[in-house]
Ligand binder design. Structure first.
Ligand SMILES: Cc1ncc(C[n+]2csc(CCOP(=O)(O)OP(=O)(O)O)c2C)c(N)n1
Length: 554
């Protein structure tokens, strides 16, 4: 298969016409039109034409060390910036390596656009053993992504791209896969004028009239905020204040009410609905407005007690009809509003009437009781996270599935939206923090980033420290070091199982840092940690020994 530019011969058979662009190059042009500024990718022979396009494009290419890193970076980019993350990957192993991160993005409704090659059309499904061949790459991707599209004809590129790009953010956002067969990738693209991205318009919605009536009748209103309101934080705060409603925040919504001068918003309840204190608040509320939450078990029943109280007058707002009908046994909504959070909240706000104020008192009492409930060890770990913001107030803390992050997800006041997210909820993937933090630093360059990972999770994607070094990423990598998979060891002990497969030798993380010419520090106290964070060059690594900060027996 020839990879050269195609051009039209003139009457004498000589090539005089301006070479046309290949589909690969044109696809990069469409990404530009869609506003893409960065792509995360690892090239291969099947995607060379994309790179021809990139060479002539202002889009910046970030090169991770593994495709899982690429997709986690795209995820972190999207969460930090509010713009979709884009991956350019090879067919076969490039795609399969990224699937785990795509699944995390699907679970957390993160918009991600994954472009891969695929073998030439004539070979597909024949099982001849071509390089990178899968039995059905598109079918495999479609199990994890919202959808997988294959470009079968060069001329369909603009239409198919627009369809895939629109679907990614339509309704509940998520990953979308677009595969380009090798022969199509190298074919001439159609005329430039036709290469226009058309993003589908958002559907119009009708608010139900009863919602505002119920809200005005409520004496003890409550808001449950999920990840679906991250982009609507101002509207949510305005509605909470007008309605005088405490705002319980799932892990993905933490920080939705921005702090002022270092003080929490008086209506903030930065605690998990899995806690008894929060459930008590829910039980006593006579009208609950749930916005952009799927009522997932990792937030609403992480101890699997099945004791969630029934909701009095539940109103749900979700952009996705399927979500509104999910988990009826737990959260059957009396009123369902299918709409983007921003639209629904802004619409309800003017209908709210002035009311007697008790929300701040109820929020404060629940917050205090929640902190007591998490116990001494998790209190220490939660304070550890807060201390990081004291030292780096503008930072986003991006976490892995590790104990300080579990503590934070249970209880932690985050300073603002997009400042706390992690992979410890939902799909729960180890290895998220390092690459997602790099993607976040690229997506929101004005925000310094702290990646918080255990020594176990850190080793899943350790090689991406090299990407951070290449990119001079604005990230401090903080390792919670306890020499193994502590959370699982604890669970084994609780189940009376002799620890097996949970103790591993961590590398000397300072030597990992040195391998890429990065500095490392090992503070032994909270004061030293604060000083390290205040002065840390970025990127760099900070190693926290569990024994110094929150030994298990506390
Ligand atoms: C990809 C993946 N594999 C395995 C697990 C199961 N798992 C959950 S937590 C954990 C231990 C994590 O250890 P570490 O990152 O060192 O954090 P610690 O528990 O020690 O704080 C494991 C193995 C997982 N969540 N994800």
């Amino acid at each position: 298969m020839s990879l050269q530019h195609m051009s039209k011969p003139d009457m004498d058979g000589k090539n005089t016409a301006k070479p046309s662009r290949t589909v690969g190059e044109a696809l990069v042009g469409l990404l530009e039109q869609a506003g893409v500024t960065h792509v995360f990718g690892i090239p291969g022979v099947h995607t060379i034409e994309l790179y021809r396009g990139l060479a002539a494009s202002p889009i910046r290419h970030v090169t991770p060390r593994h495709e899982q890193g690429a997709a986690f970076m795209a995820d972190g980019f999207a969460r930090a910036s509010g713009r979709p993350g884009v991956c350019l990957l090879i067919t076969g192993p490039g795609l399969t390596n990224a699937l785990t991160a795509m699944a995390q993005a699907r679970s957390d409704s993160i918009p991600m656009f994954v472009i891969t090659g695929v073998n030439a059309r004539s070979t597909l499904g024949k099982g001849r053993g071509h390089l990178h061949e899968l039995p059905d790459q598109g079918g495999l991707a479609a199990l994890v992504a919202k959808a997988s599209f294959r470009l079968d004809r060069a001329e369909d590129l603009p239409v198919l791209f627009s369809k895939a790009w629109s679907l990614m953010s339509a309704g509940r956002p998520g990953p979308v896969h677009l595969e380009i067969p090798l022969d199509v990738m190298n074919a001439p693209a159609t005329a430039d004028g036709a290469n226009t991205v058309r993003i589908a318009a958002r559907p119009v919605w009708q608010p139900p009239v009863d919602a505002a009536k119920w809200m005005n009748e409520a004496e003890r209103p409550l808001i449950l905020a999920g990840g679906g309101c991250v982009g609507a934080s101002d509207a949510l705060a305005a509605l909470a204040e007008a309605w005088d409603a405490p705002v319980v925040q799932t892990a993905n919504a933490r920080g939705i009410l921005t702090m002022t001068d270092g003080l929490p918003h008086p209506l903030s309840v930065p605690a998990s609905p899995s806690l008894a204190a929060v459930r008590d608040l829910i039980a006593k509320a006579d009208c609950v407005l749930a916005v952009g939450t799927e009522f997932g078990p990792t937030d609403f029943d992480m101890y699997e007690t099945g004791t969630m109280p029934t909701f009095g007058r539940l109103i749900r707002i979700d952009v996705d009809r399927a979500q509104l009908n999910r988990r009826p046994e737990l959260a059957a909504a009396a009123i369902s509003i299918e709409a983007p959070a921003q639209d629904a909240l802004a619409h309800l706000l003017p209908s709210l009437q002035p009311r007697a104020r008790s929300g701040a008192d109820r929020a404060k009492a629940c917050t205090a009781a929640s902190f007591v409930e998490i116990g001494t060890r998790y209190q220490r770990l939660s304070r550890l996270c807060s201390l990081m913001w004291s030292a780096m107030p503008q930072a986003a803390i991006i976490g892995d599935s590790t104990q300080p992050v579990y503590a934070g997800n249970l209880f932690l006041e985050a300073p603002r939206p997009r400042a706390w997210f992690n992979s410890a909820t939902g799909y729960g993937t180890l290895g998220f923090a390092i690459p997602a933090a790099i993607g976040a630093a690229i997506g929101a360059p004005e925000t310094p980033v702290i990646a918080l990972a255990g020594d176990g999770g850190m080793q899943f994607t350790l090689a991406e420290i090299g990407t951070a070094a290449d990119e001079r990423a604005n990230v401090v990598f903080v390792v919670w070091n306890n020499g193994g998979y502590q959370e699982i060891e604890t669970s084994m002990a609780a189940a009376g199982v002799t620890p097996e497969g949970v103790r591993l030798t961590p590398p000397k993380f300072e030597m990992i840092a040195a391998a890429w010419n990065l500095p490392a520090q090992s503070p032994r106290t909270l004061d030293e940690l604060a000083a390290c964070l205040r002065t840390a060059t970025r990127p760099s690594i900070i190693i926290l020994d569990e024994a110094d900060f929150a030994p298990l027996e506390t």
